[in-house]
Write a protein that binds this ligand. Structure first.
Ligand SMILES: [Zn+2]
Length: 167
């Protein structure tokens, strides 16, 4: 947090570039960083790249012990559309804001439209933790951090206090 790249609107990826070795390596490095840091997702600006790309995945994750697992999603030029009006309380953290958690509202279900790493367009419906993570990551591509979406700072917590009082 504080690096200006996190506050920029990222640029779309040229679909013809997705297949290049350089871009494929970039995707691999994002997945690797996410896994190394125990993130549920990571967006390109978090690794200093101003492009509309995020990856997300939850297997057994010590940062999110009580969350539903979901398989690896690679989203290039993603778009999100809420399904229905239901919103949920979401306690979030961010690899760019270490050791901090805060509670905010997210759409309960969303439709994700994006390109995969082969350059193929897809649409998928997401709910639960996967829906929340996709919204968090897409926000990164527009320069928005989860703290911007908190209606009140009262729940802004250090990880330790979050675990003691809120988890
Ligand atoms: Zn984040």
């Amino acid at each position: 947090m504080g690096n200006p790249v996190l506050r920029k609107v990222c640029n779309s990826v040229k679909v013809s570039k997705i297949g290049t070795k350089k871009f494929q390596k970039f995707i691999d490095s994002m997945v690797e960083t996410m896994r190394d840091e125990n993130g549920a997702g990571i967006a390109a600006p978090q690794v200093d790249v101003k492009k509309r790309v995020f990856v997300m995945e939850v297997q057994e994750n010590p940062r999110y012990p009580n969350k539903d697992a979901f398989s690896l999603v690679i989203a290039i030029n993603p778009e999100l559309k809420p399904i229905g009006k239901k919103k949920v309380d979401s306690w979030e953290g961010c690899l760019s804001i270490p050791n901090i958690r805060g509670c905010l509202k997210r759409h309960a279900k969303v439709e994700l439209k994006a390109f995969d790493r082969k350059g193929k367009a897809y649409t998928m419906k997401l709910k639960g933790f996967a829906a929340v993570v996709a919204q968090h990551e897409l926000d990164h591509l527009n320069g928005t951090l989860f703290i911007d979406r908190m209606q009140s700072m009262e729940t802004l917590s250090f990880q330790e206090e979050y675990e003691a009082y809120w988890m």
